[in-house]
Design a protein around this ligand. Structure first.
Ligand code: MG
Length: 249
């Protein structure tokens, strides 16, 4: 799984180099597709069933778009934020990660949204080494985002990952009595999960756009998304989608 995760990291490095005003979201998608093609990896997002099958290798969501945006002709503008989510299967194993990038200079409160969302993911990874149950981690994530005066999206959750991208268990990024009762799990060695907080500046509520895929905030305020594939080991959490030297960005 580390090999798949490292390839996902490399794909995201290609994206990070290209994010600037004027680039289209399709160009970012094409860069990721090339990385996967050259390594003989299978892109996991293309063809995901829905009202229409998902048409691209990445989900690219701009500004008030939360997740599941479709890459296309849209040109990024100075002050935008762009969330890029992608995953691949390499030698039978999957990796999945997402980052939100600022495009040029963004407003200070938008920059803070990016920092809080990245930090809540890093907090969750760290706590996976000290807590016994996922619900204990989720409760801390919930508190962290509330203290920052932002909201956590509750319509979407992280997931187990292995030979396929979406496996049990479901991995909520928020405190939920329902999940705690029905879906809580022990953080034991061998577990691999994709942790992916989505954080909004305004309401946590989302709506789907007319393309049947893109999820956007109901109030039009900005949203950020960071994700890593993380293994629990006897030595602690191991980020499978980190860089060669364990870089998380
Ligand atoms: Mg995921």
């Amino acid at each position: 799984m580390r090999q798949a995760g490292l390839l996902v990291w490399r794909a995201h490095q290609e994206v990070a180099q290209r994010v600037r005003p004027g680039v289209t979201t399709r160009e970012l998608d094409a860069a990721v597709e090339r990385v996967f093609d050259q390594a003989g990896a299978v892109p996991l997002f293309k063809g995901v069933p829905g009202k229409v099958p998902f048409p691209a290798v990445t989900c690219i969501s701009v500004n008030e778009e939360v997740v599941h945006g479709i890459p296309g002709d849209r040109q990024l503008l100075e002050g935008d934020i762009v969330s890029v989510d992608t995953g691949c299967r390499l030698n039978g194993w999957c990796g999945d990660a997402a980052y939100t990038h600022p495009v040029g200079r963004v407003k200070p409160d938008v920059q803070r949204l990016l920092e809080v969302t990245r930090s809540v993911l890093h907090l969750a990874i760290e706590l996976m080494g000290t807590k016994r149950l996922w619900s204990e981690v989720a409760a801390e994530m919930d508190r962290f985002v509330r203290q920052a005066k932002f909201t956590t999206v509750e319509n979407f959750v992280g997931h187990g990952i292995g030979r396929t991208m979406h496996e049990e268990p479901q991995v909520p990024n928020f405190a939920s009595p329902q999940y705690k009762r029905q879906g809580d799990f022990v953080l034991e060695p061998g577990l691999v999960i994709a942790v992916e907080p989505m954080v909004n500046m305004g309401t946590k509520d989302v709506r789907v756009l007319s393309d049947y895929w893109t999820q956007a905030t109901k109030d039009g305020k900005y949203s950020a998304h960071f994700e890593h594939t993380v293994a629990v080991t006897a030595e602690g959490p191991l980020v499978l989608t980190a860089g060669e030297n364990g870089e998380l960005n």
